[in-house]
Design a protein around this ligand. Structure first.
Ligand SMILES: C[S@@+](CC[C@H](N)C(=O)[O-])C[C@H]1O[C@@H](n2cnc3c(N)ncnc32)[C@H](O)[C@@H]1O
Length: 266
């Protein structure tokens, strides 16, 4: 991926700055009870994820959790979680998917959320205390170098985060390393058909806003297979009739959409 003048460090800094500010400025009283927010930047007028992200009733979760939801889909809906499993959430933000996963794996399971932004981790830990869930923990770290042991996780979930990474091959290699054999990846993320231009990629506001870091589906599938994943599937959210993991790379301008991405570590 070419980002012209931007280094990986500059991208990570821009992303951390944006999500740090969102966490610090968050006002739960502006949240509609039972409705999640999403990753779309309200100032951009975009509505690329749709307004209702989750298939489940969120009214049991406090506004501090649902209002700080910044995803683009519902990874829990494709994760098939079972009691007792260990789940890892890449880029856990305020923790919404970790808390939903915790309900499904139960007290014999374990949920780890990893995020690099201290203000987000602070919100997530406050939310954890408010909900009183002991089997969720939040760790500070980068998804390109996970603070998680080899072969220790049953299911990796993630919601609108991998598009933000400047090194997606490292993310998939790390995901593969920490999954147990037979472990699964269940991800909601922004992807494209086609490529953003280097100039578009250099716009740090659009990158941090989950737009220009998104990658072509064919490239994403190739990186996942290179990392060792099998049964790679990428489908447009709301359309499970077309398998996009097998398409050829597309050279045209980027068309961005929210996708459901799954794979298995053999
Ligand atoms: C768009 S928000 C999504 C948060 C959460 N998954 C959700 O659905 O609400 C992206 C989150 O990922 C974190 N993040 C972005 N890039 C990261 C990276 N390379 N390593 C660790 N965390 C990252 C940000 O700090 C932020 O909390």
């Amino acid at each position: 991926m070419t980002t012209e003048s931007r280094t990986n460090e500059e991208i990570l800094e821009a992303v951390q700055d944006r999500y740090g500010r969102i966490a610090q400025n968050f006002q739960p009283e502006l949240t509609v009870i039972g409705q999640s927010a999403n990753c779309c930047d309200p100032d951009s007028g975009a509505d690329c994820c749709g307004s209702d992200l989750y298939d489940v009733d969120l009214s049991q979760l406090p506004a501090d959790v649902t209002g700080l939801s910044l995803g683009c889909g519902d990874p829990i809906a494709i994760a098939s979680l079972e009691p007792g499993q260990t789940v890892l959430d890449l880029g856990s933000g305020g923790g919404i998917d970790c808390f939903l996963a915790a309900e499904r794996v139960g007290p014999t399971g374990h949920v780890i959320g990893v995020d690099m932004t201290p203000a987000m981790l602070e919100k997530a830990n406050r939310n954890k205390a408010k909900l009183g869930v002991e089997h969720v923990e939040f760790r500070q770290g980068q998804i390109e170098a996970l603070p998680v042991a080899d072969d220790s996780v049953d299911v990796i979930i993630s919601n609108c985060v991998i598009n933000l990474s400047p090194d997606k091959t490292a993310v998939f290699q790390e995901a593969f390393r920490v999954l147990k054999p037979g472990g699964r990846l269940a991800v909601s993320d922004m992807v494209t058909r086609g490529q953003f231009t280097p100039q578009e990629r250099a716009d740090m506001s659009a990158w941090a806003g989950c737009i220009t870091g998104a990658e072509d589906v064919a490239e994403m599938a190739a990186w996942m297979r290179d990392a060792g994943f099998a049964q790679v599937s990428i489908q447009k959210k709301g359309d499970d009739t077309a398998e996009l993991a097998d398409v050829d790379p597309h050279a045209g301008p980027a068309e961005i959409f929210s996708a459901r991405i799954t794979a298995v570590k053999p």
